[in-house]
Ligand binder design. Structure first.
Ligand code: ZN
Length: 156
């Protein structure tokens, strides 16, 4: 049985890491990653609040193989790979979150260390958060993002 989902003024959409490096051709691609762009663009127009996260690493980030970490160098701050996918509609995004911006910091959670996002959610009376986007390591990144939100609803 499926219950129709109604999006209300108290819902927010968070676009997670829809970045070039996580799309085919990028440094750490998700297979068919660009396929999330069109549905997310359709969805975002239905939400009163839209936020977006990006990995935004220094060149010596601890998660990189070059530093003994597990991942290839990806989403280096300011690089083309760190940009949003060119077709992603970010025109309605009010909060842009940059994650893991310091060498020693890893953040698989869009809310961790981002009081700005939490504050915006509270200020707008957001009670439910929908999350969509890319994570080459899905088990780490995307499911973690709702943690720390006022309330969480997982939507893939
Ligand atoms: Zn990363």
């Amino acid at each position: 049985m499926t219950t129709p989902l109604t999006i209300t003024a108290h819902d927010a959409l968070i676009l997670v890491d829809v970045q070039n490096d996580f799309c085919p051709g990028g440094a750490l691609p998700v297979a068919d990653g660009a396929a999330v762009v069109a549905p997310l663009n359709r969805l975002s127009s239905r939400f009163a609040m839209v936020a977006a996260t990006r990995d935004w690493h220094p060149v010596d980030h601890r998660s990189f193989v070059t530093q003994g970490g597990p991942w290839p160098v990806h989403c280096v701050a300011g690089s083309p790979g760190a940009q949003y996918h060119a077709d992603l509609d970010v025109s309605r995004v009010t909060v842009h979150v940059r994650k893991a911006t310091r060498a020693a910091e890893e953040s698989y959670d869009g809310f961790a260390g981002t009081p700005e996002l939490a504050a915006e959610l509270r200020a707008r009376g957001i009670g439910r958060v929908f999350v969509g986007g890319l994570a080459p390591t899905t088990a780490y990144c995307t499911p973690c993002s709702p943690r720390g939100a006022p309330a969480s609803t997982w939507s893939s």
